[in-house]
Design a protein around this ligand. Structure first.
Ligand SMILES: NC(=O)c1ccc[n+]([C@@H]2O[C@H](COP(=O)([O-])OP(=O)(O)OC[C@H]3O[C@@H](n4cnc5c(N)ncnc54)[C@H](OP(=O)(O)O)[C@@H]3O)[C@@H](O)[C@H]2O)c1
Length: 266
């Protein structure tokens, strides 16, 4: 059993990490700017951007899962500004603060949650995220990098932004987004499997053209929209962050996820 500090505990992945880790018998401390709802874990408050509270949060911790990020796109949907800049205060400066503190406190395993295909994407958020990942790879700590494809919630958020359009022109790039619960289960395994370094990437169980994911979304919501498939090349797909991986597959399908969201009234 490890004492694990999870950053980003109030986020989409973080909320699924709590049950995955406690279910595997680990003691979990979540690091957040303000405590979340889950009372099955301990909460430590602080701010990665300033470094406040990190040393205290690491007391007695042997494993860190760094799942905090500052992605404006994930928070409020895509805007024009996101093609020009993305803040680095959490993903780069915050990662640096966390690594330094983890080195000081003798953490034995630092797990970084990352994104498939980062080096090919030209989106500013990807550049920032890649810079954070490189800090981890260069660190003197024993580390693991686990890359995932885009999460279902992000896909739903992006497609939700198209609802007002009668026609959705969308790329046919092969994609397999994934459920955060599958990623959380994988991370929980990675805590105690003894492996280190760049791990197998994880994606969802279905690989389809991106436009087909949009069709399933439209049908699940009962919308009358025309999805217009746009064939684009592999290089351009990767630049746009449209990725797929077969290295490790999650279990929950996009259809099942959409169905559950509907049952929950979302
Ligand atoms: N979303 C995707 O499609 C996707 C795909 C592959 C990998 N990933 C990676 O998976 C991880 C989790 O992503 P997610 O989508 O679950 O993120 P998310 O829902 O946007 O949550 C981000 C988390 O980071 C925390 N955070 C932000 N600024 C902070 C700061 N200054 N100090 C401390 N904590 C701060 C947030 O806490 P507050 O409550 O304080 O805001 C929140 O808990 C990230 O590393 C991301 O890059 C995401």
């Amino acid at each position: 059993m490890s004492k694990i500090l999870v950053t980003g505990g109030t986020g989409h992945l973080g909320r699924d990490l709590a049950p995955a880790l406690t279910g595997a018998g680990h003691a979990v401390r979540m690091f957040a700017r303000s405590a979340g709802q889950d009372s099955s874990v301990e909460w430590a408050s602080g701010d990665l951007a300033t470094g406040n509270g990190i040393d205290e949060a690491l007391h007695g911790v042997d494993t860190v899962i760094h799942a905090a990020t500052l992605s404006p796109i994930a928070r409020r949907g895509m805007r024009l500004v996101d093609f020009f800049s993305s803040p680095s205060s959490v993903d780069v400066d915050g990662t640096r603060h966390l690594l330094c503190a983890a080195e000081r406190s003798g953490v034995s395993h630092f797990i970084f949650v990352s994104i498939v295909g980062l080096e090919f994407s030209t989106l500013p958020y990807s550049r920032v995220k890649l810079a954070g990942e490189q800090l981890v790879r260069k660190s003197s700590l024993p580390w693991s990098v686990i890359r995932a494809t885009p999460f279902y919630y992000l896909l739903a958020q992006m497609l939700g932004g198209l609802k007002w359009l009668p026609v959705w022109p969308l790329p046919t790039s092969p994609s397999n987004p994934v459920d955060t619960r599958d990623v959380a289960r994988y991370l929980a395994e990675a805590v105690s499997d003894g492996k280190r370094g760049v791990r197998l990437e994880i994606g969802g169980p279905d690989t389809m053209p991106f436009s087909d994911f949009a069709r399933q979304y439209r049908d699940a919501l009962g919308l009358r929209r025309l999805v217009l498939p746009l064939p684009i090349g592999r290089k351009m797909s990767l630049k746009m962050g449209l990725v797929a991986t077969r290295e490790r597959l999650g279990e929950r399908t996009w259809k099942a996820w959409l169905c559950q969201q509907r049952e929950r009234g979302h």
